[in-house]
Structures are given as structure tokens and as C-alpha cells.
Design a protein around this ligand. Structure first.
Ligand SMILES: [Zn+2]
Length: 374
């Protein structure tokens, strides 16, 4: 799994011009769909072409970098099924790096003077390690997902009643058999929960997801100990006997997304509740001003989209209009994404960046101190 240290290492790469290609591409789970990948990369390359101050005419992805990407896809795409792959390429710098990411991220290609890392930060934030348990009356499968790896353990089946002869029973006998089955199932759910609790105690708290038939989920949740209930992030309904680790990862991943969205909404509500003008900044320009004063403690930005703008090559001032400092047009460099610039500046200043799928307040920030008037 990608770490902050790897992001920092990528951020130390710097080219003289906007020649560093960052490509984020979703590799489908179905191997038959791999044939379409080079064409998809080509579409993204076309969107990355741009011009503007500080660039020598219209810039596009260099032929050697296109070739490098095609070569990497031909050689490795089968290893990346069901993942987003990040490819960083710059022939001039001898850069050709790939990182596989466990979650489905917005596809994009970006040309800049350094690697575009926003989706990596998003992956770190949106793809935490988690546990999943899939249960039915007699079986339980435990999963632990960390980055792109998922480990699974099938627990030995719980004892059950032999099924032959049930059909001939009726009345009180049938009732007793049924009661016994329920009792055994309850014991099995208890045992499974106890096992999970031991694992959670050993490794520390991680979000927990429960999968199975609706009735099994409800019965399992009813016996969940208090400590695990705090970790419970959500559930998914599926037939346990048809699940593979890859399917569990897919279904549980969606539950995790929803759970994180809810946490983000709480965070946004908290910041938006604070009185305006003090230690908060709302909107792109206010946040750009705050970043230039190194005042951002926590930056909230949307996960998707790019906002092109300008950076002054002399003082570093960021703006969407190119007139935020006295150094004039000669010093300007067109940058493909001001949100990336804001995020990197904030991290460089020791602040935190939180990416939101749904950012009702747009870009906003909690500040270390109120801004000095400009
Ligand atoms: Zn300047």
C-alpha cells in the first residue's frame, strides 16, 4: 500500500518544464477488457494537453512517455486487474514508476513539473485497512484487507443437526429441532464474534464489515460485543457461498466508502459551523491566500476535478487569475491543478489534507491563526 513517505519521495521529483506525466488508470477486473486500456490511456493523454504562461506552446504527452506507458500496460496490466494503477513517466528525468492502488479512483492524466499526487493522498485516506466477516448459520469466513492485499480464513463449520428425516417430523418435535438449530447458530455467531474480538485486540481497531444473508447479519450483529460495535462500519448482503476474496473486497470497499463519506460530512459540518472570518477560510481564493501565509492547519478539498491556475515562479503565489503578486506575467507558470498546489503546500507546512467525495462547502480550511490583512 502506498505510504506518505512514498508520496514525499515523488514530490521531490522536479523537472524544468511541465514534462512529468502522471497517469491514473482503472484496470478492469475482467481480463477480456484489457485490450481497451491503451486506447483509454490515449483519451486521457489528449485531455492532459494544455498551454499557458511558462509553457513552450501547447504541451502534450511526449512520444517516448506514451511508448513507456504502452510497454508497462502490455507487460503488467494482468497483474493489476481490479486496481487503479498510477504511472509516473518522464523520459527526460529517467522516471518510470508504477504504483497499484486498491481503490477505484477518478482516472486522469496530468502534465506538470512534478508528479501529481492528489489521487495518491486520496487512496491513503479512502482505503484504510479493514476486517470483514461473512457469516451464515454454520460458517464464517474472516477477511483482512490491507492495501491491495486481502487475506481470508475459513473457520471450521459449526456443528449442525443431521438433516435427514426432518421432513417426517411435525408439531412439537419439529419445533424442538428448529429451536436447537437456532441455539447452535447463536453459539456459532458468539464464537465467531469472540474470535474477531481477539484479532481486533491484537491488531488495534479497524473498521469492521459484516456480509451474508440479511437474517444472518442481523443475528450476528445482535451478539457483537461492545468493543466491536464501535468498529462496525456497515454490512453487505450476499450469498456467502458465492463470494470470493475479490468480490468481498469489492462489496466491502463500497461499504467503507459510504462510512468515510459520513465521517467527512461530520468534519465539514464542524468547520462550517465555526464563525466566519476567524480561524476558517472558505472558498478557493480565501484558501489560496491562507496557503500563501502558511496558515492552513486542515484543508478540505473535493476528491475529483482539476482547477487550472497560475503559480508565480518567483514568490510561489498561487492564483486563478495570475494577478495575486507584483511579479507580473513573465514570472507566471500555468499549473494544471490549484487544488494539488494547495494540498502540497499545506502538507509542506505540516498541515493535514482531507479529500471529500461530496464537498458541500467547496474548498475550505481550518487555520492555525487568523489571516493578516493583505
Ligand atoms: Zn510573485
Amino acid at each position: 500500500m502506498i505510504s506518505r513517505a512514498e508520496v514525499d519521495k515523488l514530490l521531490s521529483v522536479c523537472a524544468g518544464g511541465p514534462t512529468v506525466l502522471s497517469l491514473y488508470l482503472w484496470v478492469p477486473l475482467d481480463p477480456a477488457a484489457l485490450r481497451g486500456l491503451p486506447a483509454r490511456a490515449g483519451e486521457l493523454f489528449a485531455l492532459a494537453a494544455r498551454d499557458g504562461p511558462g509553457t513552450p506552446g501547447v504541451i502534450g504527452v511526449q512520444a517516448e512517455d506514451r511508448r513507456a506507458v504502452r510497454g508497462l500496460l502490455a507487460a503488467h496490466a494482468r497483474d493489476w486487474l481490479g486496481h487503479t494503477v498510477a504511472i509516473f513517466a518522464c523520459g527526460q528525468l529517467g522516471l518510470a514508476e508504477t504504483i497499484t492502488l486498491p481503490c477505484h479512483l477518478q482516472e486522469r492524466a496530468v502534465l506538470a513539473t512534478r508528479p501529481h499526487v492528489r489521487p495518491l493522498l486520496l487512496a491513503i485516506q479512502r482505503c484504510p485497512a479493514y476486517r470483514a466477516v461473512v457469516v451464515d448459520r454454520r460458517h464464517a469466513w474472516l477477511f483482512h484487507a490491507c492495501g491491495e492485499h486481502i487475506e481470508s480464513t475459513a473457520l471450521p463449520p459449526a456443528p449442525g443437526l443431521r438433516s435427514h428425516g426432518f421432513s417426517g417430523w411435525y408439531g412439537l418435535q419439529a419445533y424442538r429441532v428448529n429451536e436447537r438449530i437456532i441455539q447452535l447458530a447463536r453459539q456459532h455467531y458468539h464464537d465467531t464474534a469472540a474470535l474477531l474480538e481477539r484479532a481486533a485486540r491484537a491488531a488495534g481497531p479497524e473498521p469492521l464489515i459484516v456480509g451474508g444473508h440479511e437474517s444472518s447479519i442481523a443475528q450476528f450483529l445482535a451478539v457483537l460485543p461492545a468493543g466491536l460495535r464501535d468498529d462496525f462500519a456497515g454490512s453487505f448482503v450476499a450469498d456467502p457461498h458465492t463470494l470470493t476474496p475479490a468480490k468481498v473486497r469489492d462489496l466491502a470497499g463500497r461499504v467503507i466508502e459510504e462510512w468515510l463519506d459520513q465521517r467527512d460530512q461530520h468534519l465539514v459540518a464542524e468547520i462550517l459551523q465555526e464563525p466566519p472570518g476567524g480561524r476558517t477560510a472558505a472558498g478557493l481564493s480565501a484558501c489560496l491566500a491562507a496557503a500563501s501565509q502558511h496558515a492552513i492547519q486542515l484543508l478540505l478539498v473535493p476528491a475529483g476535478g482539476l482547477i487550472p491556475g497560475y503559480a508565480c515562479q518567483r514568490c510561489g503565489a498561487l492564483s486563478s487569475t495570475g494577478d495575486s503578486c507584483p511579479h507580473g506575467a513573465q514570472a507566471l507558470l500555468a499549473v494544471p491543478d490549484l487544488i494539488e498546489e494547495l494540498a502540497v503546500t499545506t502538507l509542506g507546512d505540516g498541515g493535514q489534507v482531507q479529500m471529500l467525495h461530496d464537498a458541500p462547502g467547496g474548498i475550505c480550511a481550518r487555520l492555525r491563526y487568523p489571516l493578516a490583512p493583505t
